[in-house]
Design a protein around this ligand. Structure first.
Ligand code: UFG
Length: 327
């Protein structure tokens, strides 16, 4: 069987990846500690509860399934929190990944897809963010992901562990069939917070900083639909299984939206007012993160189909309205 171990498969991106893997004929085996994930999001393959810090449990799961590859999503991923509690990020993300990478190599598996981030680049003024840009993260989250990228390069050199590293820009939207979607506890991401504010589930959204050096003073991000993002993962996995070596790919659309522009589009899509106020900057936020690469399109044949702001908000809104996690 084509088993793929999916760490973080009970989370937002991991659960969408499991659906895409199952549709592509793989059997996704979710390995998740359920600290930020949800067991009822595991719908497309077996679930193995476990923590990346527990090496023996990892070995058990590898020998039970004999996977062809690993997709590694499990991580703490909040920029703001990483600035307040960096130790958590170095332990969970870096030590956890080291355990996983060692277990992978010792199990004889040589294909590894890794969820990295454009936060590894840091703030580069007027520089096109392609994969060759120097990685100078300005927050502990980005630093922890850069360290894992370095680790993968070393394990490739030493053991021939081939990896596809994806540096995500801002992931948004939800499965259009609303089988899975985004739900973090606590929620920190712009679009779900805004949808909650729109239908009164929480107070007004606060815009973090209106004095950035951008046309409207708010931060600019490149938003990519989660379904397009996971499609790229399946293509990356197939590339590895076809025998190609390690490669890094940005996953973004090349188009930036300011926080105010996202608010405007949400108003238009939902036809509802967006209650918001303006607050100070959030520590660790870059001014502008927009992909400047089409490598994934050219080399993987990736075609983002749903990464348009109105579609991403509409899909997130549909998921939001299922009330799936209103408990
Ligand atoms: N924002 C607000 N108010 C909020 C929440 C967010 O103004 O209540 C702003 C942020 O300042 C930022 C933008 O909206 O400018 C997007 O913020 P998110 O928290 O949604 O996303 P981040 O850009 O901070 O982080 C996300 C992922 C990271 C990833 C990063 C890359 O969470 O894993 O994108 O940019 F590394």
């Amino acid at each position: 069987m084509n088993h793929v171990i999916v760490t973080g498969g009970a989370g937002y991106i991991g659960s969408h990846a499991c659906k895409a893997l199952a549709q592509a004929g793989f059997v996704p085996v979710t390995f998740d500690n359920l600290v930020t994930g949800w067991e009822d999001a595991v719908k497309f393959g077996p679930f193995e509860k476990g923590d990346l810090l527990d090496r023996a449990r990892l070995d058990e799961v590898f020998s039970a399934y004999e996977p062809v590859a690993v997709m590694h999503f499990a991580a703490l991923s909040q920029v703001g929190e990483s600035m307040k509690a960096p130790g958590k990020y170095w332990l969970n993300n870096v030590q956890g990944s080291l355990n996983l990478i060692e277990a992978t190599v010792e199990a004889g598996v040589r294909n590894f897809v890794f969820s990295s981030t454009c936060a590894t680049y840091g703030d580069h003024d007027n520089v096109t963010l392609d994969e060759s840009v120097e990685q100078l993260p300005i927050n502990a989250y980005g630093a922890s992901k850069r360290a894992i990228e370095d680790m993968l390069r070393d394990f490739d050199a030493a053991y021939g562990l081939h990896s596809v590293i994806f540096r995500y820009f801002n992931v948004a939207g939800a499965d259009p069939e609303a089988e899975v979607g985004e739900f973090h506890q606590p929620e920190t991401h712009l679009i779900p917070l805004m949808l909650d504010a729109i239908d009164g589930k929480r107070d007004a959204l606060t815009i973090f900083g209106t004095d950035y050096d951008t046309p409207d003073g708010t931060c600019i991000r490149d938003y990519v639909h989660v379904c397009d993002l996971v499609d790229a993962h399946v293509l990356g996995l197939k590339r590895l299984l076809d025998g190609h070596g390690s490669r890094v790919f940005n996953l973004g659309t090349g188009t930036g939206f300011s926080v105010r522009e996202v608010i405007d589009q949400s108003r238009a899509v939902t036809n509802r007012a967006v209650p918001y106020n303006e607050g100070p900057r959030r520590a660790g936020d870059c001014t502008k993160l927009v992909s400047g690469s089409t490598r994934a399109e050219k080399e993987l044949g990736w075609e983002p189909k749903r990464s348009k702001m109105d579609l991403m908000i509409a899909d997130a809104w549909r998921w939001h309205q299922t009330g799936h996690y209103d408990k």
